[in-house]
Write a new protein. Structure first.
Length: 258
């Protein structure tokens, strides 16, 4: 008799536990007859199971203590619920009140979108990546061409890396970052003093053409705008001079390529 499908280790364990149906049990027994080395191992398991059951049999046959009976457990559960009911009610009231307050907050404070959201996303990603002294980028300046192809493919729009050397900023490299509005590219630069500047680029679903606006976000300055459905945001640590000239240069280069 051949097995309907190969005998697995699970089948052997089920055989030891006497959990196989009659047909599969016959197939396993035939398999063991043809494989004596496996049969010796399984016989050992069967013997161990029998010995363990013999040792534990007196405990298993002891009557269940009254305090562990179904009636006693049910009464204990009802008593606990009665004791906790006032606290549960108070907690529910607090939760409902808090939920109502948060829902009102959502109604009264519309979600940030457009260039305002872009500016916050750029600042958040700057803090995570541009401030990393060891690995701020995924692809360095030597891989610029590969980086441009990669991020352009992921953003489904041609993306260019601005050249800011004339302003004293050396291109370090870039990476793909995530935002609540989809993927974005972040290009990172530094100057002679090691101060880093980042340019983040992503498609815009709203405010597809927006003039430049300046932002300050927790010690970071930024300039953000959108042109032809692509958003741009420059971010750098707060500085005495404006970032606007650098943003103008980025926009000039992008528009020249487009």
């Amino acid at each position: 008799m051949s097995a309907s499908h190969p005998i697995s280790e699970d089948d052997l364990q089920a055989y030891v536990d006497q959990a196989l149906d009659a047909g599969r049990g016959d197939e396993v027994r035939e398999y063991l007859r043809l494989h004596p080395e496996v049969a010796r191992r399984i016989d050992g398991y069967v013997a161990q199971r029998a010995a363990l059951r013999a040792v534990l049999a007196p405990i298993a046959e002891e009557p269940i203590p009254p305090e562990l009976g179904i009636r006693a457990l049910a009464e204990a559960r009802r008593a606990r619920l009665s004791a906790w009911r006032p606290a549960i009610a108070a907690t529910m009231l607090l939760c409902v009140g808090g939920l109502g307050g948060w829902m009102a907050h959502g109604v009264l404070t519309p979600p940030m979108n457009g260039v305002g959201a872009l500016a916050h996303e750029a600042a958040d990603n700057y803090r995570v990546y541009a401030s990393d002294l060891h690995r701020p980028v995924e692809m360095g300046s030597a891989q610029k061409a590969d980086l441009v192809r990669w991020v352009s493919n992921r953003l489904r729009s041609p993306v260019a890396v601005p050249d800011l050397q004339s302003a004293g900023y050396r291109f370090i490299g870039g990476r793909l970052v995530t935002t609540p509005h989809g993927p974005a590219a972040m290009f990172i630069y530094d100057d002679a003093q090691g101060e880093r500047l980042a340019v983040m680029v992503r498609p815009m679903k709203v405010e597809k053409n927006t003039r430049m606006s300046e932002q300050t976000n927790g010690g970071l300055d930024g300039v953000s705008w959108a042109s032809d459905g692509i958003g741009y945001s420059l971010v750098a640590p707060t500085r005495s001079e404006s970032l606007h000239p650098l943003a103008d240069e980025v926009r000039r280069q992008v528009e020249a390529i487009a």
